[in-house]
Design a protein around this ligand. Structure first.
Ligand code: DGJ
Length: 713
């Protein structure tokens, strides 16, 4: 059971989680919250001993505050490391001197939350630090509430991060993180941290393709896929963010992060408060594999919206087939073909609205294009429903093309500065969603769309970063708050739509995987992983995704060859096997698929339906990485251990391994597992020690195995 204990003897708070312990205490003066311990579970008495052993170290030319390992460092006194909070008061004083005020522990179903209140000793700034843990998890959610309890003067926030994670004292750390670009998201990379700061960030107003707000640390680069200790953290924020991993001159590592302080100023008016997004931490002791499995489990249980259904449905998406040239006839034809394959949701992508014949016009005009759909959308939706599928629709509500009725009516609704150009990207500008009128327009436009049609799935796209983030009408006020307010209002619209239309599932897309984070994942059922649908490239993208996020939310399409981005052709079977490793979709132009291909596809879809509970809700073991060798392999095990699914994907030529033996993980040594195709029975011990043989012949061959424990057959 998750438990937070306040130990009066040591002034410490001790968090007992599933297999880990976290501990912190106040200093004697109650002016600083000191980190004590984060790691493998220890007895509460041991945590108390650690807290009692805590002491400050004197160092010439430094102060105690500047040197101590604080849970949340307010900038002030002799603090020169990256702080967590920096403010300016109205009289010109900058810097915080705070004191502890109060604390409390609250219980919810399966969770406990500790709050700790600090207040500036002179000014009316109150800071509440929150820590929440959940039974069955080793996750610690941290966030902060800032309040101005004064009567008149505002407080200017110049830096307001969500948490500072202090890592145990070790000689040297490696940091693993996910980077990329459009069409090449979530690439796993790592670096050894030397003294100094390593900064990951987005200044784009959105999560970004370039870096994902997720990190993992291990001491001395000692963790492997299935062994070793890891400390990891991820931000629940879909706007500009920053994570700073700082190794101090004294060899300690801390990792502080939250809303990006670049170009950030937030005026906290008297009587108001601001809740900062969560920065979530996780300790795991079974290597990167265990770390990922814990993130996945946490996301399924605590982050993703409450289940509409136990597995994600298989969808068809029209984008690669018909691009902007959608119309009632071609969509109905695709829908017929999709239904015959066993598809469950038919999604019409871009092109259905306004004057959207190409990407130069129409964004913002969310009314049906009557040339393409003379009878509106309902006849198509009815046909899709009659075929036994749900209907889904693409939207990009935060954007506007200058060539649109919306922009002609409201040119002031986009981010812009006086005397500066409005830089277009993909011929579009970004709506200033910080504005209450834009927020209300967005909600009512989407609400109308959902109320007038039987739409059960929305793909919410966002195809450019924010530039010229100005709000001229607010220039005398606090226009820099747009960085925060855009995302807050985006979340507000999502939350309001979900409340009013609980039958609608959402997908977050941002030119592929540009908006994947714990914040958006609490509002959508799934994300579009990448616009790159090339199966070989996908192996790396999907591997990186799986480090931080659950395969259940990872949308993967089977598309046509040669691939539109890479020009590569790989067998249909390979494309299916790669896409079946997450949430399966089809994105090819079915009107060109041969009867044999359609038949093959029907078979794969049938198979996927049998194995998807294991893939989407099971435990993932990455048996072989696409970054090493010529074969990638993944194993998914049902939570109750009764079934196992394995995919093996060969890469291209190069004479390599003749006999590929995959040593499986997490099986019961003495149990017998029967493989579906060969009917052969193996013991768990054999499969884990000797291995399962994969036969991969030639370029881009792949194999899927489905093993069922003999006593469950
Ligand atoms: C970018 C998305 O990632 C694609 O899947 C597609 O929806 C296009 N936008 C449509 O413009």
């Amino acid at each position: 059971m998750a438990e937070i204990i306040y130990d009066t003897a040591s002034l410490a708070w001790i968090f007992q989680m599933e297999a880990s312990t976290y501990c912190m205490r106040l200093n004697e003066e109650q002016t600083s919250l000191q980190h004590i311990y984060w790691g493998a579970r220890v007895d509460t008495t041991v945590a108390r001993e650690m807290a009692l052993a805590w002491k400050t170290y004197f160092m010439s030319f430094e102060s105690t505050a500047g040197n101590s390992r604080e849970e949340f460092a307010p900038w002030g006194e002799m603090r020169f490391n990256e702080p967590a909070l920096k403010v300016a008061y109205a009289d010109g004083t900058r810097g915080i001197e705070w004191r502890f005020q109060a604390h409390g522990i609250e219980q919810e179903q399966g969770s406990q939350t500790l709050w700790l209140r600090f207040a500036d000793q002179v000014y009316p700034l109150q800071v509440t630090l929150y820590y929440r843990i959940h039974t069955g998890h080793d996750v610690l959610e941290r966030w902060v509430r800032l309040e101005n309890n004064g009567a008149d003067a505002p407080i200017m926030l110049e830096q307001a991060f969500s948490a500072d994670w202090q890592l145990p004292r070790r000689e040297r750390y490696r940091m693993t993180y996910l980077h990329g670009r459009w069409g090449k998201e979530t690439q796993v990379t790592e670096t050894l941290l030397a003294p100094g700061k390593f900064v990951l960030e987005s200044r784009r107003g959105t999560t970004s393709h370039q870096f994902n707000p997720w990190v993992a640390f291990d001491a001395d680069a000692s963790a492997t896929e299935e062994q070793g200790e890891l400390w990891s953290a991820g931000l629940a924020w879909s706007g500009s963010w920053k994570i700073v991993a700082e190794t101090t001159p004294y060899g300690t590592l801390h990792c502080v992060g939250g809303v990006n302080d670049f170009d950030f100023r937030y005026r906290l008016d008297a009587g108001t408060r601001l809740d900062l997004p969560a920065f979530v931490g996780l300790y795991a002791s079974g290597g990167f594999g265990a770390l990922s499995r814990q993130w996945h489990r946490y996301q399924r249980a605590r982050v993703l919206p409450a289940e509409l259904e136990s597995v994600r449905p298989i969808l068809y998406n029209s984008w690669e087939a018909t691009a902007f040239a959608v119309n009632e006839r071609n969509q109905m034809e695709l829908a017929e073909k999709a239904a015959a394959l066993g598809i469950e949701v038919f999604v019409m992508d871009d092109g259905w609205f306004g004057e959207r014949a190409h990407d130069r016009a129409g964004l913002g005009d969310w009314t049906v294009n009557r040339t393409k759909f003379p009878r509106g959308l309902n006849p198509l939706i009815e046909r899709v429903n009659a075929l036994g599928m749900r209907f889904g629709l693409w939207v990009e509500p935060e954007m506007v093309n200058p060539d649109s009725d919306l922009y002609r009516a409201h040119p002031d609704w986009v981010y812009h500065f006086h005397n500066r150009k409005r830089t277009e990207s993909r011929n579009q500008l970004v709506l200033n969603l910080a504005r209450p009128d834009v927020r209300d327009w967005m909600f009512s436009t989407l609400d109308t769309l959902l109320s007038e049609h039987n739409i059960e799935f929305i793909k919410w796209d966002m195809n450019r970063s924010i530039s010229e983030p100005g709000w001229p009408a607010e220039s005398a006020g606090n226009p820099e708050r747009v960085w925060l307010a855009h995302v807050q209002n985006l979340y507000w619209v999502f939350d309001a739509l979900r409340r009013k239309h609980p039958n609608v599932a959402f997908e977050s897309c941002s030119g592929g995987g540009g908006r994947i984070d714990l914040g958006i994942l609490s509002r959508v059922e799934q994300v579009w992983t990448s616009d790159n649908t090339d199966a070989l490239d996908r192996l790396r993208i999907q591997e990186g995704f799986s480090y931080a996020y659950t395969p259940r939310a990872m949308m993967c399409w089977v598309t046509d060859c040669p691939n539109y981005l890479t020009g590569r052709s790989v067998p249909l079977r390979y494309r299916f096997h790669v896409a079946m490793a997450g949430s399966l979709g089809i994105g090819g132009d079915l009107s060109h698929w041969t009867p044999e291909e359609l038949e093959q596809a029907r078979g794969f879809i049938e198979t996927y339906k049998r194995v998807r509970p294991i893939v989407q809700n099971g435990k993932l073991y990455r048996l072989r990485s696409p970054r090493s060798g010529q074969v990638t392999a993944s194993q998914y095990a049902a939570q109750d251990g009764s079934e196992v699914v394995i995919f093996a994907w060969g890469h291209s030529q190069q004479f390599g391994e003749r006999l590929i033996m995959l040593q499986l993980c997490g099986l019961e040594v003495d149990a017998h597992y029967v493989e579906g195709v060969s009917g052969r029975s193996y013991t768990g011990s054999y499969l884990m020690r000797y291995g399962l043989e994969a036969k991969l012949v030639g370029d881009f061959d792949s194999q899927m195995f489905h093993l069922v424990r003999a006593d469950r057959l």
